[in-house]
Design a protein around this ligand. Structure first.
Ligand code: SF4
Length: 479
């Protein structure tokens, strides 16, 4: 953007600003260098869901006796740069309007990271500055208890919450924040040499952390798992970012493992933990991984808004310790459906005995538990999976700690170190969010070479997840 152009701030920008002014400034002034990470894909899914819910709100209101009083996507723009597109407005006929903010969440979110009351306050302020007289503000969200049964029942699906008073309560502070946001966005330069997340843990950092802090070594104090804000602040104040500068006695036991690995430049191995894990393993071993899809609008009967439904699994079976010819089974739903066919497919491939191994097994077990509740006649099978499940990720919490994993226990960090010949790099589907996005496209495509290619990419990704577990399992066994 040129220096004379006026920066416009939308509601999304404003929320971005509330989370981090510098990050928004970078996005507005230097979009070319603004890093768009994996989070951006997730944000796209949320945006697409929002449009889907809006369509249902429009259809519901268009059926009302006073349908003509509702308008959709009205734009309010102000001279000083506020831009609001209201999902729905209602002309009350007395010179006032109501604003309806449509959300794909299943409740009104009031958390620090995303406060929907602040969104609504921004819309009201922009509308009023543009000349409207706003009487009431509503948030329309999804009813988490709605269970689809045939056609979508919009009356049941949608919840209208009057947040007028809550918005009024935050209006003065929101106005002040908007003033400040416009002021900062009008600046043609800011201090780009560091940012305030220096004293916050890695999970708080946005994709722009490296841009603003190019001199932070790798690895650094940010790779110490679950480090407290206070501890981090102490290290930062002392200018100590290198792990070599930290004493073992200054950190917790779990952090000390990562620190020791960093300082000794080699993995830290606790044979007792490894042996404890392997003593629990019984053959055949079933390496299992699910992919799930959570849809704002339930896709099929019995589904609820935003409730995850498994649509794919991959299974590698290692029958004996020396088994070199692993069995592989996989399932990918061809259409939106509740997971009965997936469960029955698994029943054909998972026997009554033997361990089930997953990575971050709480996820797989939550799906098993939910499916058992949906299908009581499958509960014995699914509960037996839960009882037999071992979490391979656990090994990397204290059995085998390597600074090369960056203080993480994610399979995406562990795999390249332990099995560098296997990689997710360059795959068309390379993570869970990609898989969700791919599947929703897949089920709506007609048969074609493109669809075949997408199917292959999805199968390949899920298969790699379980094969990666086999390789890591064997590597750890060797250790
Ligand atoms: S890492 Fe820096 S730019 Fe990103 S949110 Fe934190 S303070 Fe803002």
């Amino acid at each position: 953007m040129t220096e004379t152009e006026k920066v416009q701030i939308s509601k999304t920008d404003f929320i971005h600003y509330l989370n981090c002014p510098k990050s928004l400034w970078l996005l507005k002034h230097k979009p070319d260098v603004y890093p768009h990470g994996e989070f951006s894909n997730y944000a796209k899914k949320i945006a697409a869901e929002g449009y889907e819910v809006e369509e249902h709100v429009q259809a519901l209101l268009s059926d009302q006796p006073k349908a003509h009083t509702y308008s959709f996507q009205s734009i309010f723009q102000t001279e000083r740069g506020l831009y609001a597109r209201a999902d729905v407005t209602r002309d009350n006929g007395d010179g006032t309007i109501n604003i309806y903010e449509v959300k794909s969440s299943t409740s009104v979110k009031r958390g620090a990271r995303h406060n929907q009351i602040k969104d609504a306050a921004f819309q009201k302020i922009a509308a009023e500055e543009a000349g409207a007289n706003v009487a009431s503000v509503f948030i329309v969200h999804l009813n988490r208890d709605y269970v689809r049964d045939g056609e979508i029942d919009r009356q049941e699906l949608l919840v209208f919450v009057d947040v007028t008073n809550e918005v009024a309560a935050v209006e003065p502070e929101t106005r002040a924040e908007i003033d400040r946001a416009l002021e900062i966005m009008d600046q043609t330069a800011i201090d780009e040499s560091s940012c305030t997340c220096l004293t916050l843990t890695k999970s708080n950092h946005c994709d722009a952390f490296d841009y603003f802090n190019p001199n932070i070594p790798k690895p650094s104090i940010y790779n110490l798992p679950r480090i407290s804000k206070a501890k981090l602040a102490g290290f930062v104040a002392g200018g100590r970012f290198e792990l070599d500068e930290i004493e073992l006695g200054e950190v917790t036991q779990k952090q000390a493992l990562v620190l020791q690995s960093a300082q000794s430049r080699k993995p830290l191995i606790d044979q007792t933990v490894l042996a404890g894990f392997y003593s629990k393993v019984t053959y055949p071993i079933y390496f299992l991984d699910y992919e799930t899809y959570s849809s704002a609008i339930p896709l099929v009967d019995r589904a609820r808004p935003q409730a995850p439904i498994p649509f794919q699994y991959s299974l590698h079976v290692k029958r004996t310790p020396g088994d070199t010819e692993l069995l592989h089974a996989e399932y990918l739903a061809k259409e939106a459906a509740m997971p009965l066919a997936l469960i029955e497919h698994m029943q054909n491939h998972i026997g009554a005995t033997g361990s089930v191994v997953s990575w971050h097994a709480a996820f797989e077990n939550t799906q098993n538990k939910n499916m058992a509740a949906l299908y009581p006649n499958k509960a014995d099978f699914l509960n037996s999976l839960i009882e037999r499940t071992l979490d391979l990720e656990d090994l990397f919490k204290d059995g085998y700690v390597d600074i090369a994993f960056g203080g993480s226990t994610s399979i995406k960090m562990v795999l390249p170190v332990l099995a560098p010949d296997l990689t997710y790099e360059g795959m068309d589907v390379a993570n869970g969010t990609d898989a969700m996005e791919a599947w929703i496209r897949f089920i709506t495509m007609s048969e074609s070479a493109d669809k075949d290619q997408l199917r292959e990419a999805m199968l390949e990704y899920c298969k790699l997840d379980t094969y990666a577990m086999v390789r890591i399992f064997e590597e750890m066994e060797r250790v």
